[in-house]
Design a protein around this ligand. Structure first.
Ligand code: FAD
Length: 334
């Protein structure tokens, strides 16, 4: 393998319900910086059915080239079909870097591609950089329970790959009318080659406001004592039209489902307002919400670490304070 043969920074473009998911646009922003440093091109790989028209917006968000696999066989995400398309594309054009969103699809696809190529993969990166001269990708992520940042290198294989957390990188401001090179690829794959069949897609319907898109998040922790006490969090969220979040401990206790978990092993969120109620403020929680616009903590322990990361802190019993807040907000909105 000669590294000289590998050129270009690629982003796997994830499509959901006919639209490009935000993290893919964020990765085009991050990828553009890497591509400029290396003096190489930025490309997107778009796989799906009826997706070709999405390429226009990818050019506006910074892609120079878009490789498209637009076939019925790619209608629903399946590891085998998407992996084979991406592997083919990779073997044909030899990119030096491929970035994926650290979504369930991105993580699944990246690990399958890494195994088959084979190459290395850094999961859940939060910082990306590249050495201009060697082209070595520097993918950093929290390690050892969030106590250190580890920078992981892939020195012996190409392409170098990383999944990147949503909402960590910034998308570029789109440049209307910017165009690029559209490369329509031929899929060699047939339906009978794929073992997995999608029979039905069952969506979560319990979450009223999506946590990763919410402007207001009301998150609760073990300090609420019980599933019953945690209802206060739901009530405040409903009053404010916000989403409900939780610490890992309440998820593990079964008070709320995992997709509400904020933090290192949950989602990273950046709402305008984040309420942390009965949450101690462990580093693994903080890394998932520290970039929120305004953080308001309610905790009965004045020494709780959450106050170090909050803009406003209320020291007191959540069971006294939260009902008062609900009442006041209800009055204000009426
Ligand atoms: P606690 O730490 O028990 O805190 C409860 C808080 O409530 C205390 O500060 C207490 O003073 C306060 N309190 C008690 N009663 C009241 C009351 N009546 N009114 C007001 N306040 C009250 N955690 C996450 O959240 N997200 C993650 O993604 C995550 N990932 C992890 C990954 C790893 C590898 C590890 C090792 C840990 C991870 N954790 C994560 C766990 C994390 O370390 C903490 O254990 C967890 O965040 C603590 O949850 P908590 O704040 O709800 O509970």
């Amino acid at each position: 393998m000669s590294f000289e043969d590998y050129h270009g920074i690629w982003v796997f473009i994830e499509v959901k319900d006919g639209e490009v998911v935000p993290v893919s646009l964020e990765l085009l922003g991050a990828g553009k910086e890497l591509a400029d440093k290396r003096g190489t091109e930025l490309a997107g790989v778009l796989i799906g059915e009826n997706v070709t028209q999405l390429a226009d917006s990818l050019f506006e968000y910074g892609a120079d080239t878009v490789y498209v696999y637009d076939y019925a066989i790619f209608k629903d995400y399946r590891t085998e079909s998407y992996m084979k398309a991406l592997l083919e594309c990779c073997q044909k054009y030899k990119p030096e870097v491929i970035l994926y969103g650290a979504t369930s699809t991105g993580k699944d696809l990246a690990s399958a591609v890494a195994t088959d190529l084979p190459t290395g993969l850094t999961a859940d990166s939060t910082i990306l950089d590249i050495e201009e001269d060697t082209g070595l990708l520097l993918a950093s992520r929290p390690a050892f329970g969030g106590n250190i940042m580890a920078t992981i290198l892939c020195k012996k294989y190409r392409p170098q790959m990383a999944t990147v957390r949503p909402k960590v990188m910034k998308a570029l401001t789109p440049e209307p009318g910017r165009t690029g090179k559209l490369v329509e690829e031929t899929a060699s794959l047939k339906e009978e080659d794929i073992r997995t069949k999608v029979l039905e897609i069952v969506r979560h319907t319990t979450q009223k406001v999506k946590i990763d898109e919410a402007d207001i998040i009301v998150a609760g922790g073990k300090g609420l004592g019980s599933p019953n006490g945690f209802q206060l969090v739901h009530q405040l969220a409903e009053t404010l039209g916000g989403a409900v979040g939780g610490s890992r401990d309440v998820v593990e206790a079964g008070w709320i489902e995992h997709h509400h978990q904020v933090g290192q092993t949950g989602v990273t969120v950046t709402p305008k307002i984040y309420f942390a109620i009965g949450i101690s403020g462990a580093i693994q929680h903080i890394v998932g919400m520290q970039n929120s616009g305004l953080i308001i903590a309610i905790n009965n322990d004045p020494e709780a670490p959450i106050f170090q990361s909050s803009h406003y802190g209320i020291v007191g019993d959540a069971f006294e304070i939260v009902p008062l807040l609900i009442e006041q907000f209800k009055q204000a909105f009426n």
